[in-house]
Design a protein around this ligand. Structure first.
Ligand code: F0G
Length: 466
């Protein structure tokens, strides 16, 4: 019997703080249909038709379910070319919850990365970062810069239990400044959480230390805020002194150590499209405001409809609610923990937006040049219509100078959980599917690449079975 004289413990379960009002039926396909579909797609899950997919864990980007409050906001779209009222709502939400002074909407995250890179990077510059992200690095390179990975070594080890695998290795950063000189480093690019490391967070203390080092040298800190709310949740759960702070205040503090951010609103901010570039420095804002009109649109819409800006403003507010973020990350942990209980090799600790299967340990008999993660993703589709994404050698691409393939330490398949979309039963079915494929893993062979696009090859590359 519970002792009712004692204070009640904090609710342990992460159950969803919402109920379902609208549903979208899913098509159930046969194994033969799926075998045909994946062959037609060149064994690339990006080339499948969504209609042929049962549980879509390709990405958490633009795949969230909006709330009734957001949908109501869609009807309040002010589609004026200039000065839409929805822009001012969006600006106010970013200022309030992220704390930056100036806000420019963009069509999505890479639109902001494009403008930022064009504005701040000169040919020959170096941009350190806590691991690369595909589009972020490419925009840095297209502007003439070279990305330098300064993340801690633990981030490249799928089995390391470090609680903040997104941390910057301060020695690597200091060495780089020494080697190339601060004047060749326009900014350091900080992602929270780190997608390619498995959705791993960076600690507040580490970001503060990065701020101290870079400030001494006049180097700016630019945040990739795409999943910064999820990062704030991990700080609340894992970092001393933050247990009793609300997510919103942790996020504000986190952003306060940076000079601006690029943002893909398609993740944390709970919308299907949109993003922004935020800056604190007026001169840079002015320059960015000049550039945004060339590539995105006027500075008060930047490629977004008024209604989409309204949905994003409302999504930002919902995203920083403690109950929301707890359930969001809680669902990811639920799936990951199930796989761990069955001894299936995944990246640990479990990330914020996805569970990453470790294809190197899952399929140790397939060498990396035969694309084990790509093969595993294709097999999950064949097994049960589950769509995942390769995050390994295909995603890593080629060195821009030598043209040689990168061979990343991490060869992963990402099971990415859209926000507020799937149920616990969907997670159970996903776990059982992974287990089934794991049981039969010896039967799987590798792939060969038969078509390779020039940029971001993972999106459109085609493969055949070996
Ligand atoms: N930064 C990070 C950390 C991202 O994960 C993404 C997109 C972007 C920037 C670019 O934003 O797509 O709005 O242009 N990630 C998606 C994903 C594509 O599936 O992880 P975008």
């Amino acid at each position: 019997m519970a002792d009712v004289t004692q204070p009640r413990p904090r609710r342990r379960y992460w159950a969803e703080p919402y109920k379902i009002k609208v549903v979208e039926p899913l098509k159930i396909t046969t194994r033969t249909e799926r075998e045909q579909a994946i062959a037609q797609a060149g064994y690339n899950t990006f080339l499948l038709r969504s209609n042929d997919v049962y549980i879509d864990l390709l990405t958490d980007s633009g795949t969230s379910a909006m709330s009734d409050y957001q949908w109501a906001g869609m009807m309040l779209g002010d589609e004026a070319y200039a000065g839409s009222k929805n822009f001012y709502n969006l600006e106010a939400a970013v200022q309030k919850y992220y704390g930056y002074r100036y806000v420019l909407p963009t069509h999505q995250g890479r639109g902001a990365e494009h403008i930022l890179s064009k504005m701040l990077i000169k040919p020959g510059d170096y941009i350190p970062g806590n691991m690369y992200f595909t589009t972020t690095r490419l925009h840095q390179e297209l502007a003439g810069g070279t990305f330098v990975d300064v993340i801690i070594d633990e981030a490249h080890d799928a089995t390391s239990l470090h609680p903040f695998k997104g941390n910057v290795d301060l020695q690597k950063l200091t060495d780089l400044i020494q080697q190339v000189g601060a004047e060749r480093i326009p900014y350091i690019s900080i992602a929270g959480t780190v997608n390619m490391a498995g959705g791993q967070p960076i600690a507040m203390a580490n970001l503060r230390a990065v701020r101290e080092i870079t400030q001494k040298h006049g180097i700016r800190v630019i945040l990739d805020a795409t999943r910064a709310v999820e990062n704030a949740y991990f700080i609340q759960q894992r970092e001393a002194g933050y247990q009793n702070k609300p997510i919103a205040s942790i996020l504000r503090e986190f952003c306060s150590y940076t000079d601006g951010c690029t943002m893909s609103g398609k993740k944390d901010a709970l919308v299907n499209i949109g993003g922004w570039l935020a800056l604190n420095d007026f001169d840079f804002y002015e320059e960015a405001r000049n550039i945004v009109v060339i590539y995105e649109g006027l500075h008060t819409y930047g490629g977004m409809a008024g209604r989409d800006m309204e949905a994003m403003a409302r999504g930002i507010e919902e995203s920083v609610q403690d109950d929301h973020i707890r359930a969001r990350v809680g669902q990811v942990e639920y799936l990951g923990q199930k796989l761990l209980n069955w001894n299936i090799p995944i990246v640990v600790p479990i990330g914020g937006h996805a569970v990453y299967l470790d294809a190197k340990r899952f399929l140790p008999h397939i060498p990396q040049e035969q694309f084990p993660a790509q093969r595993l993703a294709a097999e999950l589709y064949v097994e049960a219509g589950i769509r995942a994404m390769e995050r390994g050698i295909v995603s890593a691409g080629r060195d821009k100078h030598t043209g040689k393939n990168y061979y990343p330490e991490l060869e992963l398949v990402r099971l990415t959980i859209p926000r507020r979309v799937y149920t616990q039963a969907h997670m159970d079915l996903t776990a059982e599917t992974v287990e089934e494929v794991y049981y039969n893993r010896d039967r799987l062979g590798g792939l060969k690449m038969v078509y390779e696009p020039k940029y971001l090859r993972f999106f459109q590359a085609r493969f055949e079975l070996l």
